[in-house]
Design a binder for this molecule. Structure first.
Ligand code: NAP
Length: 270
């Protein structure tokens, strides 16, 4: 096996030694790379999502590398189950140090054709789920007077975006929640930050957001750095915000988008 996962190479070894970390949607895409980074840097990582099969690759990798990874089947939209899961984890590990609210679902749909179910599903995972998990795991952090939370939003949380009104509205809510909880829980030594990625490749995104090479190319052509991010490089920024390197940073949102949200030039540089 190669050495450290790419996302974990920028922080000192053992950065998360002894920490207990929960990553929602942590078995695929960006969540997987954040989970791998946390595990490689010493955390006990609990991967939480609906389908256990999404956790299997990481659990298998952990067995080979000697990482501590646990699989938790959980739908973040179910507030009671989230609370029960949080209590059980605290019972088992004694603490929760890190929470990554990464789970989301998204698909392109014109607003005028969006069903109530479609709206509720996307907002339910990203916004309700982030609140339920933050509250349930945050209660443990409040008791122990220590914690670091990372919320994954998107650049369109601040700009809005045609075709994804549900997701953009949910992410804007998560951004407001990030700042609200940061202000409210700072006195408990809990930091709450966010990352706002631009497009990066993942199974969910490729199928639902750029289903054809033409659409992918048209998105890429509008990114000043000229390429999509990798999940590993986005994860690296998330790990940085979670880590003690950012001990005096809270309520912040780090945009990781290759310049995609910068203003368009009046002329196209060649
Ligand atoms: P992904 O691979 O599709 O990951 C989504 C994860 O969420 C899956 O692991 C899924 O696992 C989990 N999930 C979905 N519904 C859930 C629920 N109800 N309860 C618990 N877990 C649930 O997508 P990704 O592209 O890596 O996205 C990761 C994050 O980055 C998301 O917050 C997304 O909005 C954000 N983001 C992505 C892009 C991009 O271009 N890819 C850009 C900006 C922001 P299960 O199916 O097992 O539940």
């Amino acid at each position: 096996m190669p050495d450290l996962p790419a996302a974990a190479r920028w922080l000192p070894p053992g950065t998360f030694d002894g920490a207990v970390a929960v990553v929602t949607g942590g078995g695929t895409g960006l969540g997987l790379e954040i989970s791998r980074g946390l595990a490689a840097l010493g955390a006990v990582v609990v991967v939480a999502s609906r389908r256990a099969e999404h956790h299997q690759a990481l659990v298998a990798e952990a067995a080979v590398r000697g990482w501590k990874v646990e699989s938790l089947v959980l739908d973040v939209r179910e507030s009671d189950r989230v609370r029960v899961a949080a209590d059980a984890l605290v019972e088992r590990h004694g603490r929760i140090d890190v929470l990554v609210n990464n789970a989301a679902g998204n698909f392109v749909c014109p607003a005028e054709r969006m069903s109530a179910n479609a709206w509720r599903s996307v907002v339910g995972i990203a916004l309700d789920g982030t609140f339920y998990c933050s509250q349930a795991f945050g209660r443990a952090m409040i008791r122990q007077r220590r914690g670091s939370i990372l919320n994954v939003v998107a650049t369109y949380a601040t700009t809005g975006m045609a075709g994804v009104a549900h997701s953009a509205s949910a992410k804007a809510g998560v951004l407001a929640l990030t700042k609200s909880l940061a202000a409210e829980w700072a006195r408990h030594e809990i930091r709450v930050n966010a990352i706002a990625p631009g497009p990066f490749h993942s199974q969910g995104a490729a199928a639902n957001l750029w289903p054809t090479p033409e659409i992918e190319e048209s998105i890429r052509s509008r990114i000043p750095l000229g390429r999509f991010a990798t999940a590993e490089e986005v994860a690296a920024h998330g790990l940085y915000l979670l880590s003690p390197a950012c001990s005096y940073v809270t309520g912040e949102c780090l945009v990781v988008d290759g310049g995609a949200t910068l203003g368009r030039p009046m002329w196209e540089p060649r």
